[in-house]
Design a protein around this ligand. Structure first.
Ligand code: SAM
Length: 175
C-alpha cells in the first residue's frame, strides 16, 4: 500500500471518528496501522485474513507502533466465512483489500455491516491501469469493473474514486 493511500485511509477513519473498523486482508498490518492511527483512541480494528502467519506479523507491527493489544481483533479465515458472523450495522468503516474476485460479495457484506453514514473503501481498483485497458483482462479485473459499476449505480451509496496509490474506491452508505 502506498503512503498516499495509507494517509487517505487514516484521514477517513479520523473524519468518521471511527470506533469500529472491519478490514478484509490484514496482510502484514500496513493498512491496519494507518487505520488505527486515524481511529478513536478506544477504537477497535477487526481484521480478517486467510493467513494466520501474516496476522502474526501484523500483531507485532501494531505493538511496535504503540497500539495496545485490545485495539485489534484478529480473525483468521476466509472473508466470506467470517463477515456473516460480524454484527449488522456495527461498523463505521469497512476496508476491503482481500481477493478481488470476491469484490461484489464484499460490497454486499459491507452494506450490511456499515451503520448509516459509514464508509466502505476498496484498495487497488485501478489494478495497475488494467481496469480501463480495453484489451483482454483476467477475471479479477472484470470483477473490479463490475464492482465500480455496482457502486456507481447503487441508490444506497454516495461514492468517489480517490486517485491515490493504485486507486481507492470510497462509498458512504446513505442514512
Ligand atoms: C494485498 S494483501 C493485504 C495487505 C494489507 N492490507 C496491508 O496493507 O498490509 C491481501 C491479503 O488478503 C488476504 N486474502 C486473500 N484472500 C482472502 C480471503 N478470501 N479472505 C480473507 N483474506 C484474504 C491475503 O492472505 C493477503 O494477506
Amino acid at each position: 500500500m502506498s503512503p498516499g493511500t495509507g494517509a487517505a485511509l487514516r484521514l477517513l477513519a479520523a473524519t468518521l471518528d471511527a470506533k469500529s473498523v472491519a478490514e478484509i486482508g490484514t496482510g502484514t498490518g500496513v493498512s491496519g496501522t494507518y487505520l488505527l492511527q486515524g481511529m478513536r483512541s478506544d477504537g477497535v480494528l477487526t481484521t480478517v485474513d486467510t493467513e494466520p502467519d501474516r496476522q502474526q506479523v501484523a500483531r507485532h507491527a501494531f505493538r511496535a507502533a504503540g497500539f495496545a493489544g485490545n485495539r485489534a481483533r484478529f480473525i483468521p479465515g476466509g472473508a466470506l466465512d467470517v463477515l456473516p458472523r460480524l454484527a449488522d450495522g456495527g461498523y463505521d468503516l469497512v476496508f476491503c483489500d482481500g481477493d478481488r474476485l470476491e469484490s461484489l460479495e464484499y460490497l454486499a457484506e459491507s452494506l450490511r455491516l456499515l451503520r448509516p453514514g459509514g464508509l466502505v473503501c476498496f484498495e487497488g481498483v485501478f489494478a495497475n491501469g488494467r481496469t480501463v485497458d480495453s484489451s483482454a483482462q483476467p477475471a479479477e479485473v472484470l470483477r473490479v469493473r463490475e464492482l465500480l459499476r455496482a457502486v456507481r449505480e447503487s441508490q444506497e451509496l454516495q461514492s468517489t474514486l480517490l486517485p491515490v496509490g493504485d486507486g481507492l474506491l470510497c462509498a458512504v452508505r446513505r442514512g
